[in-house]
Design a protein around this ligand. Sequence first.
Ligand SMILES: [Zn+2]
Length: 343
Amino acid sequence: MPRSAVVIDREYLKHDPGQFHPERPARIKTLLDLAGELDAKSFELLPPRAASRAEIEACHTTDYIEVVQATSQKNRYALDGDTVTCRDSFGVGLLAVGGFLNLLDSIAAGEARNGFALVRPPGHHALRDRAMGFCLFNTIAIGARHLKRQYGAERVLIMDWDVHHGNGTQDAFYRDRSALYLSTHQFPFYPGTGAAEEVGEGKGEGYTVNVPLPAGCGDAEYLRAFDEIVIPVAEKFAPDWVLVSAGFDPHRRDPLGSMNVTEEGFGAMAAILMALAEKHAGGKIAFLLEGGYDLAALKNSVVAVLGKMAGRAESIAHSAKGGEAIEPVIRKVRSVQERYWGG
Ligand SMILES: [Zn+2]
C-alpha cells in the first residue's frame, strides 16, 4: 500500500511578512519538528518544486504575477494592508503552489495514497489580480485547475474549513461547475463574503455552497454542519477528487478566529472527508494548510489529521447530537440550496 505524502521544506521559513505578523515562519518551524518525527512506515516526505509561470497563470493574470515578482527587488513591500512581502516571498509563493502540485501528481500517479501540503503563505483569499489576507497565489484553486488539465478531473470538491471565507477560491470557480466550492466559516467576519445566498452564477450556479456560522461554534456545531449540509451535498456531487483548504484558525486557542473547534474536531472532519473520498474518488484526497495562528493548536491539529491519514487512530464515532444553536443557519442554507441539491 502506498504511504501518505507530506510536503514541507525549510524554504517555507523564508517568507517574512515582518515582526508581529501572525502568518509567521514559526508556523512552519513547529511543523518541521513534527515532520522529523513521522513514522516512515506511514509517511513519505515529498520535496516541493517551484510552480511554473504557466501553472500560476491558470488562476492569476500575467500583470499580477509580475507585480508579485517585482517585490523580490524590495526588502519590504505591502501588497495590501496585511499582505507584506520580503525579497524571498515571490520564490516561496511559487514553492507553496509547486509543493501542492507535486503532492497532487504523486497521488494521481498512485505513488502516494493521499497527502498533506504543509506550506506557506496560505492562498484562499488571493484573487485573480490581487493579493489579499496574507495570500499571494491561490494554491488550492491552481491545484483544482491542474487536476482538470493534467488528469481530466471533472468534479473536484474543494472543502474549505478555514475560519475565514475563501473569497479567492469562490471567485475562481463562481461560473464553473467543474469544481464545487463548499465552505464553513465565521460570519460576518473577514473578508466579508460567504453569505448563504452566494451560490455561483451561470454554469456555476449551485456549485458554491456557503455555510456561514456564528462566532462560538465548536466541534458539535461543525460536525452538525458536516452531517446536515456538507456531506449530503458532496455525496450528490460525487467528486472525482477531494481537496481541503485546511485552516486551523477555527481552533479554540486561535488568536484571530472566535470559534471553539478542538484538534479532535479537525480529526473528525478529516476522517469524514477521507471516507467521502474513499467512496467516490478512489481515496484521492489532498489537504493544504491555510490559516492557523496558535502554534500549539496548529501542531496538535495537524497531528490529529495526519493520524487519520495514517489510519492509526480509531475513527471517531461522532454524533450530530448538540450543535442545535446553528439550526437556523442549516435551515437557511437548505432553503437556498434545495433547488440545486434537493431537500
Ligand atoms: Zn483563515
